[in-house]
Design a protein around this ligand. Sequence first.
Ligand SMILES: C[S@@+](CC[C@H](N)C(=O)[O-])C[C@H]1O[C@@H](n2cnc3c(N)ncnc32)[C@H](O)[C@@H]1O
Length: 294
Amino acid sequence: MASSLTSLVNDDSRYQKSFQLFLERSSEHQCMQDFIHNKLPDILASIGNGKSHLNVIGVGSGAGEIDLEMLSELRQKHPGVTVDNEVVEPSSQQLHNYRVSVSQKKELDYITFTWNKMTASEFEAHWKEKKMTKKADFIHMIQMLYYVKDPAATISFFQSLLDKNGKLLIILVSGESGWGKLWRTYRHQLCNPDISQCVTTEDIKNILDSKGVRYQNYELPSQMDITECFTEGDEKGELLLDFLTEVLNFSKTASPELKTGVLELLRHPECSVESNGKVIFNNNLGVIVMEQLT
Ligand SMILES: C[S@@+](CC[C@H](N)C(=O)[O-])C[C@H]1O[C@@H](n2cnc3c(N)ncnc32)[C@H](O)[C@@H]1O
């Protein structure tokens, strides 16, 4: 990324604020919920091999809204099971929000939560150091592979933890989304080389194809209202722009050329549609489901 710019991930408080606003302005969680209720049940039905206890690992769980919906589907497909759920999340604020939400739901007493305030790579180191032999029935990484240095190595490690019939679920933005176009155009200026950041499901599929790893994939249509980004000085627009570019205070720190170029691209037909005075960005997601390596 341009040396004058700071990555948004360096400021967790602003990152979480901009992520929250992104959730409010997009159909991100709605489209995931549709997938969880319509497609995921069949995927979950095949895990577990009839066991009465299932091991789940959530990586980059955030405040856990989506995790809890998936756990509820899991319970419906496997009534009577108990669940051990390892949560891997480096943000203390998000982990706290997740814990509060769990403490308010008595119906989750069939799940034992283990709270790992750490990154995916710290979890990997911790797992190896403890020489853990536990296998997982369901592992998910939802919108988090942007933040690891080596997505292929992260996928390989977590895939190696799968039990027979276990499933690893990855959700990222689709290569066909506005994000894909933005990153193909401004990768060098915006993307942080210390972490992979600008990765789409297209990139992950290419990696898996090159290694001959089998997977199933799904596309989830989703949108994001980015109209406020085009009002100079609008506080929410600036927060959304930070989330879109993953640059801290993008409006104030990017060069005028970069700012103009990014704003033009964001409303370009390859990224957005304009209707009724609104600019609606293509936030389509991709889902990849993998099994144990054979
Ligand atoms: C875009 S949010 C997604 C949260 C949640 N999965 C969802 O979809 O609502 C990304 C999450 O990944 C977490 N994260 C960032 N870097 C990480 C890393 N290296 N390993 C694991 N999680 C990470 C962030 O703290 C954040 O909660």
